[in-house]
Design a protein around this ligand. Sequence first.
Ligand code: PLP
Length: 360
Amino acid sequence: MNRAFNFSAGPAALPTEVLEIAQREMLDYQGRGLSVMEMSHRSDEFIAIAATAEADFRELLGVSDDYAVLFMQGGATAQFAAVPLNLLGDRSSADYVNTGAWAKKAIGEAKRYGKANVVASSEASNFDRVPARDEWRLDPSAAYVHITSNETIGGVQFHDIPDVGAVPLVADMSSDLLSRPLDVSRFGVIYSGAQKNIGPAGILVAVVRRDLLGRARADTPSVLDYKLTADNESMYNTPPTYAWYLSGLVFKWLKAQGGLAAMDACNRRKADKLYRAIDTSNFYKCPVVREYRSLMNVTFTLADGALDKAFLAGAEARALLNLKGHRSVGGMRASLYNAVPEAAVDALIEYMGSFEAEHT
Ligand SMILES: Cc1ncc(COP(=O)(O)O)c(C=O)c1O
């Protein structure tokens, strides 16, 4: 078997053990004579798969019964609309913190449905940080405050949960949910596309405080309505069954690794050693202010951008894949999600050292 080290930002690396189980169960799921892909979502087998996935997710993250866990479609992009549609209610506006490309997309979409106030932004410094909390101009009458806990493109991450008072805090956690323990009770809504730390693309998990259910605008599309989704156990329409099943296998894998505290320790080790390698060289540079650097997406540039192509080609030759930065910002990006082993980071650091020595 030939498995490369995959630093893709998403869809991203999945644990090999998970793919092996899926492979074994592909044609004949637990002696039923059919694939999970071929089952009715109303079958006893699939309902058990779905319920186990939800129970494991709740256990991993410590989600109480005060919250509904919803499995939805349309990715985080659909949530950029679902959040204002479900939460604006009779309030005239919501507050947004602009930390980069994904926050901007959330703001743009929210503006289609109501007033989205940008209460803080790091755009002036090229999104190199999270704006300091004491600079946020929050409106106490806003329907909610929206943050992007990890900017996948810029490599900027919240390392603390901001205090926003009584207004519900909503977080797009598409690229860091399940990478570390989390105090869910601090949030009104958390949502995350699956294709980083949860499973394959095609499914999204939303954690919604139950008192926020039932406030959707009358013209909210049914598939985006949180209450309708909760009342129908995420099966108002046909769910992405296979992605749900694979996500469930990832949750089991995470539990077997020791849960989120163990993942956090490993993720910190991986990111720390890569940032150290960058900071101790005169050749590589990280554009993000130290205290806001992402543990999930490490962005860096080479001293000479003309060498980018050679760097990527050399990396590929060593089976270090998908290190190219997002097309909107250039440079390099190494995504170090849960399923990226420490050995991948060690191999990358070694390669970076030899490339530097060759070109200085
Ligand atoms: C932080 C963040 N938000 C939103 C999205 C959009 O997700 P999707 O393409 O699944 O709608 C992404 C995708 O990479 C992301 O990283």
